[in-house]
Design a protein around this ligand. Structure first.
Ligand code: IFM
Length: 446
């Protein structure tokens, strides 16, 4: 068993969410369309109309949701700011009503004793910017700079914890290379410039926040990470795993740490230098106050002749006969210990926050209750590995469960339920799952 008391008293435990996945209110109070509004609309037949247009209606229901969060003893809430709610055109005029909403949200958090943690960008680029080339156009950078400044100047007197980007590899990879996320673009011609500008955006956003926020603000950014292992001992699988490491873990992280793009195993990515301008090298690193690790699983990788470029393929956990979630992600808690150890011992990262960890299981609402022992076990086992890493000296300062209420899981829409709280999408009723009761008890020191 793992207990709250095994962690330092100041250790921040919380829950994470994101604007597009929860807020809904897609066109309320002057909000402009984002690439996800557009992508859901373009996929409306295939997706039977499912979208984040309403999601959890958090925009209108945040007072009740935050009351529930406080009742559960959750003291930290990480969410994001919808860029097109604040700047409907991406740049240009500010939508005061949109900013006012975030003002109320922050004030309500504070009034409830909940510390707000804000991510500037969690994948919902204003559609107006995508029409000009989106992340693949360098003009996204001054627009992002302005967005960061507007938000920081308005909320910086009350919000102390900030994150610039959420998981750049996922939005650049799934959105601009594989095309199954918004904006649905494919290939290196989109991915490489998008990737370079996203990497640059971390430094751009970090510098703006540092200039605009009062002393004492904590500025971070977040990365998706997975523990990668080769499928057996064959050297071809080993080489494939090294390429997967670059793609899944290293590509966006290392430039920020001042190590440059890791290209030794993936020469095809060298074409990224085509999008470099003189001086970019010096602008990629940024000394963040903390880095956010978002870790869910281990990936076992094998050589694959047929997979273009990467020549590597993830071996599904079902094929390996190991437990996995409805996302097809292996339940492998030691991954958290291993990656925290690597960030600490290999990279020397000074302050780490686990900004996301959690699992989707096939939850059923039965007689007003959701009995989800797999989620509780998942969280307990990951917290035990977290505690092990902290005891071994990893400088981890916080842990956030993904997520508070079930919400819109991007291309998977509403089927995967990650929440500690069940969302009945027909009525917007919230039902605390057994795992939510367990987390409340853990936080209370039970
Ligand atoms: O829902 C996502 C979140 O938006 C980013 N990190 C992973 C979560 C689960 O897939």
């Amino acid at each position: 068993m793992v207990y709250r008391t095994q962690f330092p008293p100041e250790f921040a435990f919380g829950v994470s969410a994101a604007a597009y996945q929860t807020e809904g209110a897609y066109n309320q109070d002057g909000k402009g369309p984002s690439i996800w509004d557009d992508f859901c609309h373009r996929n409306r037949r295939r997706w039977r109309g499912e979208s984040g247009a309403t999601a959890c209606d958090f925009y209108n229901r945040y007072p009740q949701d935050l009351a529930l969060m406080a009742q559960m003893g959750i003291g930290n809430f990480r969410t994001s700011v919808a860029w097109s709610r604040v700047l409907p055109e991406g740049s240009g005029p500010v939508n005061q009503a949109g900013l006012d909403y975030y003002d109320r949200l922050v004030d309500t958090c504070l009034a409830r004793g909940i510390t707000p943690w804000l991510t500037l960008y969690h994948w919902d680029l204003p559609l107006a910017l995508e029409r000009k080339g989106g992340w693949a156009n360098r003009a996204v950078l001054p627009a992002f700079e302005r967005f960061a400044e507007v938000v920081a100047r308005r909320l910086g007197d009350r919000v102390r914890h900030w994150m610039v980007l959420n998981e750049p590899m996922v939005f650049a990879g799934a959105g601009y290379f594989l095309g199954f996320h918004a904006p649905g673009r494919r290939g290196f011609g989109s991915f490489l410039p998008a990737a370079h500008h996203a990497t640059m955006a971390m430094g751009v956003g970090g510098r703006v926040l540092r200039a605009c926020l009062p002393a004492g603000a904590r500025i971070g950014t977040t990365f998706s990470q997975a523990w990668v292992e080769p499928y057996g001992t064959d050297d071809r699988h080993n080489q494939a795993a090294m390429r997967a490491e670059v793609i899944l873990n290293r590509f966006f992280l290392e430039p920020v740490l001042g190590l440059g793009y890791p290209l030794e195993h993936t020469p095809v990515l060298q074409k990224i230098y085509k999008y470099h301008l003189a001086g970019d090298e010096g602008l990629l690193p940024f000394d963040f106050d903390f880095l956010g690790m978002q870790l869910y699983t281990r990936e076992v990788v094998r050589h694959s002749f047929w997979t273009p470029y990467a020549k590597a393929k993830i071996v599904h956990p079902a094929k390996r006969g190991v437990p996995h979630t409805v996302m097809g992600w292996e339940v492998y808690p030691e991954a958290l210990y291993q990656m925290l150890h690597r960030w600490h011992a290999h990279y020397g990262i000074k302050r780490i926050v686990v900004t996301e960890n959690g699992a989707a299981f096939p939850d059923q609402l039965q007689a007003g209750r959701v009995n989800d022992p797999e989620r509780t076990a998942y969280l307990q086992s990951h917290l035990a590995q977290l505690q092990r890493a902290v005891a071994a000296g990893a400088p981890v300062e916080g842990y956030f469960v993904w997520t508070f209420t079930d919400n819109f899981e991007w291309a998977h829409r509403f089927a995967p339920r990650f929440g500690l709280v069940y969302t009945d999408y027909a009525t917007q009723e919230r039902i605390v799952k057994d795992s939510g009761h367990w987390y409340a008890g853990f936080l209370a020191g039970a």
